[in-house]
Design a protein around this ligand. Sequence first.
Ligand code: MG
Length: 242
Amino acid sequence: MFLDKDIYLFDLDGTLLTIEVEEFLQHYFKALSVEFKDLCQNREEFIQALMQATKQMIKNQGQQTNRQVFMDKFSQLVGLAAADTEQLEVRFNNFYQNEFADLDQYFTIAREKPAAVINYLKNKGKRLVLATNPLFPPAGVKARLSWAGIDAADFELLTTYDNMSHAKPNPDYYREILTKIGAEPDDCLMIGNDPQEDGSATELGIELLLIEDFLIPRDKVDYPVSWQGSMAEFKRLIETKL
Ligand SMILES: [Mg+2]
């Protein structure tokens, strides 16, 4: 039975955190472009630079951290000198600790079930990994976890842009996690809402569970799914079987 696995890898956005990603991105980009309005002529230019630097992180093949890839590309696109890049990073970190952390006011977030699931698994002695696409600094990941009412300390690893050098859906992202936590695919379960980005874990032999409350439709993806249901059903499943 898949629930017997020792290590549970959880996606964040749309899985533990019940927000529509598109709606979230709109508020996120707006807040960012207000904060950094001095760097670009206009908001579109800024968002373009952000998107391109993010795409570069997603293509990262492991030579440097995602953070380095992002900073290099973003600085180049907005024409920053090296010293200014350091300053940029300080500003990004401040942003994620302050303005970003307040974005939850725009969303209705269902905290009860995901937080109960994490607590239950923790009490059962499961090892937990937050396998969120590592495109954010730690402050950005911890803020989103706190929106979900979940304590970052419950996870032995949070994947962030400064501790990873691959991103989803590259299966090497999951290999990098296994190396970091000293585990084999057969020890792990991946629980997510994206048949592609979370599903690519199955290329290594990690079993996939899909939480369908915010399921992302992917027509052309056919990764094997060991179980699929709502977060409420998943909560019932672990409470009866574990
Ligand atoms: Mg997701």
